[in-house]
Design a protein around this ligand. Structure first.
Ligand code: GDP
Ligand code: GDP
Length: 436
């Protein structure tokens, strides 16, 4: 289920990223430690009193070579296109500016809930000045101080109240998947080729703006799929749509809304740095992942071409060792018809539940064959394991001391679980808990 989305807009220096970071909180990233993979701070997940939502800092999407006012206008349009709730951030230090008024003008027409925040209200005296901001016509201003963390709770309360009622099309049991990858790897060609081969369902239901370009189809295996839109698939020609950060944002949104993500590589060009960023996002989101090597028709092949390419991928994307690899061509349609079945298999694995008794048989067998490690004479004891979540499958193992669980032993347990059950295409998570 897609989370509601909140976008922050406002002119430079009002404190958008300060507030964004505060609301995003600190998240530990596995992939961040992988060289070449960086976390883009324009999009993050957040949670307030049990409500999950996603946040976008539109100020982080640089629209270069345009005057400030155009940039801000474009950012406001991104917010309108992508978000359910828009937060306009202003600053009490500068007061109401022309740019603030410009943003307000655009947002009046958006039909989206808009919340006005006045930042840098660091002390009680500054509070008196927030009343000037009523002139923007955006309702009651919320006083906040991003650096001091004042007022963010009130702002979050207001944001959560403004979320639309849960209008998600319930009972949509279709498998949601997407193609992501850098420009020109062949994402749109793959989309078109797949839709050409399968029966497209023309849906009469109006989606929200950002969901409107998803396409539903029924494949030969009689399963319903929803192909999630990604950057570059249908270019709408707006100024901001050609910016790098916006395409990253679209990719991350698509990943979040997918059950299974197909990371597309270009056989003709090999693996590039940007491919690793894209793959890193997919892995971190905990979705099912398939690596699709497109343009396979362009290579002169020998007996070893496929194995060599596969070895290269395994070396470059070590954290995706669970992802199956398919070599396809959107041009000749080679192996394309096998893709829906593979997506379905990965989807099932991603939502697979293993009963505790079967799981514990596997764990105890594993431990019998490869005794647990010791440290300073103390041996790790594994008492019991249980699956606590799906999408991705997440296991808790109860142990005497979580510090005694080495990475390599956890890896070993994961591999044993993978050998016993089909978890192809899905990450699995193992969490150690101390048994009381
Ligand atoms: P953005 O360009 O809108 O993303 O703004 P930043 O978050 O980068 O902040 C711009 C400047 O304002 C930085 O120097 C921040 O430290 C400062 N700033 C942000 N929030 C506050 C605040 O609540 N009070 C004060 N006094 N300064 C702030
Ligand atoms: P996107 O930017 O990832 O959506 O890439 P496109 O689908 O627009 O494709 C980029 C270019 O690669 C286009 O000229 C396509 O015709 C070409 N292309 C896409 N798939 C294949 C393929 O399987 N084989 C060959 N030879 N060319 C392809």
């Amino acid at each position: 289920m897609a989370n509601p989305v909140v976008a922050f807009v406002g002119r430079p220096n009002v404190g958008k990223s300060t507030i964004f970071n505060r609301i995003a909180g600190e998240r530990i990233s596995i992939v961040e430690d992988t060289p070449g993979v960086t976390r883009d701070r324009i999009y993050a997940h957040s949670e307030w009193l049990g409500q999950n939502f996603d946040i976008i800092d539109t100020g982080g999407i640089e629209i270069s070579d345009e005057p400030l006012i155009t940039q801000i206008t474009e950012q406001a349009k991104i917010a309108i296109d992508e978000a359910d709730v828009i937060v306009v951030i202003t600053s009490v230090q500068e007061g109401v500016t022309d740019a603030d008024e410009q943003v307000a003008q655009i947002l009046y027409k958006s039909n989206k809930p808009v919340i006005l925040a006045v930042n840098k209200v660091d002390n009680p005296e500054a509070r008196a000045e927030i009343f000037d901001f009523y002139s923007l016509g955006l309702g009651d201003p919320v006083a906040v101080s991003g650096t001091h963390g004042i007022g963010t709770g009130d702002l979050l309360d207001k944001i959560c109240q403004a979320f639309p009622e849960n209008t998600a099309n319930e009972e949509d049991s279709s498998i949601k998947f997407s193609f992501i990858g850098r420009p020109n790897v062949g994402k749109s060609s793959l989309v078109n080729a797949i839709l050409g081969e399968n029966r497209v369902i023309v849906s009469g239901i109006e989606g929200t703006t950002r969901d409107a370009i998803d396409t539903k189809f029924v494949a030969e295996n009689n399963t319903e799929y929803t192909m999630i839109d990604t950057a570059g698939i249908r270019k709408r020609g707006k100024v901001y749509e050609n910016t790098e950060k916006y395409s990253v944002l679209r990719a991350m949104r698509a990943i979040d809304r997918s059950d299974v993500v197909c990371v597309v590589l270009n056989a003709e060009e090999g693996i590039r740095e940007q491919d690793k960023h894209v793959a890193g996002y997919a892995h971190e989101a905990g979705r099912g992942v398939i690596i699709v090597v497109n343009k396979w028709d362009t290579l002169k092949k020998s007996n070893h071409t496929l194995q060599q390419f596969e070895a290269l991928i395994r070396a470059e994307f070590q954290y995706l060792s669970y992802a199956p690899i398919v070599f396809v061509s959107a041009k000749t349609h080679q192996r394309l018809s096998s893709l829906p079945d593979l997506v379905q298999r990965v989807y099932h694995n991603h939502e697979q539940r293993i009963s505790s008794s079967v799981l514990n048989d596997v764990l105890m067998d594993a431990i019998a064959h490869n005794p647990t490690p010791t440290e300073n004479g103390k041996r790790l004891r594994v008492y019991y394991g249980t699956q606590v979540a799906i999408k991705p499958p997440t296991f808790v193992v109860f142990v005497n001391d979580p510090d005694l669980m080495h990475f390599s032993y956890e890896r070993f347990l994961e591999n044993q679980i993978r050998e016993a059950f089909d978890f192809t295409g899905t990450p699995i998570r193992i969490i150690e808990r101390r048994r009381k």
